[in-house]
Design a protein around this ligand. Sequence first.
Ligand code: PXG
Length: 310
Amino acid sequence: MSTASASPGTRAEGTGATSREPLIWIDGRLVPKSEAKVSVFDHGFLYGDGVFEGIRVYGGRIFKLGSHLDRLWQSARFIRLEVSRSREEIDRAVRETVVANGLTDAYIRLVVSRGEGTLGLNPFRCPRSTVIVIADRIELYPPELYEKGMRVIVAKRPRIPIAALDPSIKSLNYLNNILAKVEAIDAGVLEAIMLNMDGEVSECTGDNIFAVVGDRLLTPPKEAGILHGITRRFVMEDIAPACGLRAAESRMRLADLRAADEVFLTGTAAEIIGVTHIDDAAVGGGRVGPCTRRCTEEFRRRVARSAPED
Ligand code: PXG
């Protein structure tokens, strides 16, 4: 989701933060970007050994920070990574980094890497994990894409199976997604639907996927091999009911998506965005449908009014 032209991230006036270098929080210190460095022996760099979160800030409120911290710790536990800071310390670090950069609407990247170790794979020879908080302007899909909807392809490469590396772990190892994203870029589009090894729809490279069928809002279940998206959950629990839609998890194949009334994607950066074509075939009449529009509006209204931080 990073190809975009729009850059609505706003730096507050009068803080001086516009003229200075961005400040990065790294292992307890806020340092200018040019000095924010990690060791070449960090296993996050050497092996993609670590976990991360991408988080939005709306009007100074950290959207779903509690849920992001829950997921970060779940991911860390799964890869047997001990986060070197407490939950409260990281909560504070996130807020401090946003304020220090004078940002009110932003994108936060929270990274916990395995830390510095030896050249061998053994993660337990890395004594202390490295924690990094980056707060930056958010790069979004171009605004007209929300109006017109977006084209996606179906990646030829399957989503990595749960048994090999559960996609619910938000690890630093994103090559499966990156290679599917390259397929999308080669095809001239911005996202790719990924199927699991059984040929079922799982998710996109950086977004979850939904189908509207009548008054039902369907999305692949966790067993399909997906990241348990925080936007996905917010849409299912809060946005769908407010829009008169009944949300449910449902295994689906491509034919189900193609036959749906509407298809849309959800993600921290994308929020909610309609899909008009899958591999050149129109879905939902090739337009952004009314349910997608209602959900998008409801989402925007809620985060603009008072973004929930739970
Ligand atoms: N699936 C995958 C594989 C993701 O990486 C989502 C779904 C949506 O989850 P949330 O919790 O954000 O609703 C994601 C998260 C980017 C970028 O710059 C996007 C994500 C992660 C990292 C980078 O495009 N999306």
